[in-house]
Design a protein around this ligand. Structure first.
Ligand SMILES: [Zn+2]
Length: 268
């Protein structure tokens, strides 16, 4: 299902597969001035294409290669013949068929591999200019799109919440914190975050700062507990009370244990 909200010149399209009357997991794409940022998941590709039919659309970009951000690439290329762009690191990953866990196939679906162009440093539309900023950590090749005069910041999956408690094994929390700091330090009057989950965070700087502080604080606590001889599982219980319910739903792919492991890795 699709839920479209107009936020000034930005249209937010929230999408998700419905299962027994409930949306399993929201994902979002944004359209501004003919630019589509992210394309949702494969299960909602046709709905997204239906919404875009007859609208002004020149270009689509992907913040990163995950299946819930590139899902309609193939449909859009077939139906609208528009260029699609992603970062130099993401493009080869988008061109491959990914190995997905069963829960990913169920919730989002399997994307058709697509050949996309490599993003330049800036993307211009008729009225706006978007800086392409490298923001890795959630995965390699992740980028954010920032319109400096408006302070719009499309962050893909860089910022999920102020206090993330579960994540994938390949995520690097310290790199996430460094990427967030890069956005905090941008010379803009304000910073409004438009996230991959469809949240719009008006005071983006405050939210990013608060997440960075949380990561550093959690890191100190995890390292102290490790020095005291606690196991990873015991550190999870100390920091979060218990393992995240997501761990059970995703066969351990998204878990609090992954957060603790990432905190205990060296800060490269
Ligand atoms: Zn992602």
């Amino acid at each position: 299902m699709n839920e479209v909200t107009r936020l000034g010149d930005v249209s937010r399209i929230k999408m998700g597969r419905e299962y027994q009357g409930r949306v399993l997991y929201w994902t979002a794409a944004y359209v501004v001035d003919g630019l589509l940022i992210d394309t949702g998941c494969p299960h909602t590709a046709e709905e997204l294409a239906g919404f875009l039919e007859g609208r002004h659309l020149d270009l689509a970009v992907n913040t990163h290669h995950h299946e819930d951000h590139v899902g309609a690439n193939h449909h859009l290329q077939q139906q609208f013949h528009i260029p699609i762009m992603a970062s130099r690191e993401s493009a080869p990953l988008i061109a491959q068929s990914p190995n997905l866990h069963p829960y990913q196939e169920l919730v989002w679906g399997h994307p058709v591999p697509t050949v996309v162009d490599v993003l330049p440093n800036e993307v211009e539309t008729e009225n706006y200019r978007f800086n392409v900023i490298e923001t890795p950590g959630h995965c390699p090749g992740h980028v954010s799109f920032v319109e400096m005069t408006r302070g719009w910041c499309f962050t893909g999956d860089l910022f999920i919440s102020r206090e993330p408690k579960a994540m994938r094994p390949e995520e690097d929390l310290y790199e996430i914190a460094r990427s967030m700091k890069k956005l905090v330090d941008l010379q803009t009057e304000r910073l409004i975050l438009f996230t991959g989950l469809g949240n719009v965070v008006e005071d983006g700087r405050e939210a990013l700062r608060s997440c960075i502080d949380y990561i550093h604080d959690l890191s100190e606590r995890a390292r102290t507990l490790e020095r005291q001889g606690l196991s990873t599982g015991a550190i999870v219980n100390q920091l979060f009370g218990r393992e995240s319910v997501l761990a059970g739903l995703t066969d351990g792919h998204i878990s609090s244990e992954n957060v603790v492991r990432a905190l205990l890795r060296s800060q490269s």
